[in-house]
Ligand binder design. Structure first.
Ligand SMILES: [Fe+2]
Length: 366
């Protein structure tokens, strides 16, 4: 189970904030209870606080739904996690201290970022390694926003991946272990799943982010899921996707960061899956906040099943959402507004044309 962008505050600043936390926790507890995953993965932007005791309380709160069932977990850090006084290395220690079934660790501390690591999964008999999970820190804001809004993976991280993958392969007698890659900020290759919007698509399109401002995008057809916003990738390609192709182990990559996006599609043979926010804090998507489930087949690595399970499908009722957001996603509301504007515009044009026609007609008679 992938849990995206919780943005969990320590203490509510308002009654509305309190309700948002209540809704988010309802979702996590119900999802853990009903879906009982073998592993939960936090996809970054978990929450932040400058005080260590408060940070500890946030971590205790978000891991509690999984701790209640003894479900192990892992995490990657998002771009907002370093924006507090507690260094990521210390945050990682707090996770392990608060709920010790944490699989994420800082495999090579000298490598850029925190929590870059890999974890091998054995088959159901507990004999052979059948899958490998990679967790990577996609870093935070770029120091020069004119170059890029976000950083991209550094070369030493990619080198670490390639070298470690080679060692994993050697350890398994030259066999490539199929892998999943978890990271907060999506790769630029996600644009391969989208296309520029045509005139007819405009009401259903999303606005381009940063350098792509002024362009509009829609999801390519025949891909499950939902495009709620333009992928907010770094301006430069780190090359990690090409590294996955070169090494040949990564079958799917899962990202958070874009709270509204929940599409999943294959690009050049690798499944790129967006996990939208599971939170009601920060910007969210109405009652469609949710978790992404991934099911692997130990005997067939090409069979990866995935889909989102949303708040409303878990039979939950929101305390924090308004009447419309309780029933519709933000995208649906935007589309409905666009359709209403278009219908209104057409009606006005028709009325104006009728008035002009009448004026011409009566002018002709005079
Ligand atoms: Fe976020």
């Amino acid at each position: 189970m992938v849990v995206g962008d919780l943005h969990m505050p320590f203490a509510p600043r308002s009654e509305e904030d309190r309700r948002k936390t209540a809704d988010t926790m309802k979702l996590l507890f119900r999802a853990a209870d009903v879906l009982r995953p073998d592993l939960a993965v936090f996809a970054g932007d978990q929450g932040k606080d400058d005080d260590e005791a408060n940070m500890r309380a946030i971590i205790r709160r978000i891991t509690a739904p999984f701790a209640a069932h003894g479900i192990p977990y892992a995490l990657v850090f998002g771009n907002h996690d370093p924006e507090c006084a507690i260094p990521l290395e210390r945050q990682l220690e707090l996770y392990a201290e608060e709920y010790d079934k944490c699989y994420t660790f800082d495999e090579v501390p000298s490598v850029t970022g925190c929590g870059n690591c890999h974890v091998l999964i054995r088959d159901s008999r507990g004999e052979n390694d059948v899958w490998n999970l990679w967790f990577a820190d996609s870093l935070s804001s770029h120091p020069d926003p004119k170059v890029s809004y976000y950083e991209w993976l550094h070369e030493d991280q990619i080198r670490w991946y390639k070298e470690t993958a080679r060692r994993v392969k050697d350890k398994h007698g030259g066999r490539t272990i199929p892998a999943l890659w978890f990271m907060h900020i999506p790769v630029r290759e996600e644009y391969g799943l989208l296309r520029r919007a045509r005139l007819i698509d405009l009401p259903f399109s999303v606005r381009g982010f940063a350098a792509r401002e002024g362009r509009r995008y829609v999801k390519k057809t025949a891909m499950p899921g939902y495009l709620g916003e333009d992928p907010a990738c770094a301006a430069r390609n780190s090359g990690i996707f090409d590294a996955w192709k070169e090494v040949g182990d990564v079958r799917a990559a899962i990202f958070g960061h874009d709270h509204m996006n929940e599409f999943a599609g294959y690009y050049r043979g690798i499944l790129l899956a967006q996990c939208k926010t599971a939170s009601f804090h920060n910007y969210t998507d109405g009652c469609h906040a949710g978790v992404r489930m991934i099911t692997l087949d130990e005997s067939d690595p090409s069979r990866i099943r995935t889909g989102m399970v949303h708040f409303k499908e878990l039979g939950l009722k929101s305390e924090s959402l308004g009447l419309i957001q309780r029933h519709f996603t933000d995208r649906e509301v935007i589309n409905a507004k666009a359709a209403l504007w278009a219908a209104g515009g057409l009606a006005l044009t028709a009325a104006a044309a009728a008035v002009v026609r009448k004026a011409i007609h009566s002018g002709g008679k005079a």
